[in-house]
Design a protein. Structure first.
Length: 206
């Protein structure tokens, strides 16, 4: 028994010496998780669904979940919303959306979303308590969209979204693309058809 324990100890030490460090993740994508504000839905009605209604969303609110839903627009739709995000944090989200039917089956859309974080004290390592004035971060996204109904069952859409982020002395811009499809298994007055939705969101253009 004593010899067996000695062998186990020797093997354990040998394995410890020959072990190599392991790293997770992709080095090419390090630091690329940005523009998290794109994941925030500014519209109260669809936000209440938690983003699970990509097969049913319609009109301007579809611009945040599945742009294909804008193809159901029958005329002109204008929407405005202002939200106190995380009450008490002084973060406000203002959103404006416009959808306009064009032709027999198309619809154009415009959506503008702005996040305001209020005034924040400037600090440094030497002056962590502030006293250097204030600055106001600003996040802004503008989306241009087009959706089309290809039949009574198939709807598709594409959206190009421009992003601008700015803080005290740094500013960043980017462009992302959204695409979506909605499919209805049939068409009847009872509206009890089975509906499917597929959305590709926030794909950054390099």
């Amino acid at each position: 028994m004593k010899k067996l324990l000695n062998y186990i100890s020797i093997v354990s030490v040998a394995l410890g010496w020959t072990g190599a460090p392991a790293f997770a993740g992709n080095e090419d994508r390090a630091g690329q998780a940005r523009a998290n504000e794109l994941l925030i839905n500014p519209w109260a009605r669809t936000a209440g669904w938690g983003g699970c209604n990509i097969a049913l969303v319609r009109g301007v609110e579809a611009l945040s979940l599945n742009v294909a839903g804008m193809a159901h627009n029958k005329g002109t739709e204008v929407t405005f919303a202002q939200t106190d995000w995380m009450k008490g944090s002084d973060i406000k989200i203002s959103a404006f959306g416009l959808a306009q039917k064009v032709g027999e089956s198309g619809s154009l859309g415009l959506a503008v979303t702005s996040m305001n974080f209020g005034d924040i004290d400037r600090t440094t390592e030497a002056q962590p308590d502030g006293g250097l004035g204030k600055f106001t971060p600003q996040f802004l996204t503008i989306a241009f969209s087009y959706a089309k109904s290809f039949s009574n069952s198939i709807y598709g859409g594409l959206s190009v979204r421009m992003i601008s982020e700015s803080i005290n002395d740094v500013k960043s811009q980017g462009i992302v693309v959204d695409a979506g499809i909605q499919y209805v298994t049939g068409f009847n007055e009872a509206k009890d058809d089975l509906k499917f939705g597929i959305a590709l969101r926030n794909v950054e253009l390099q």
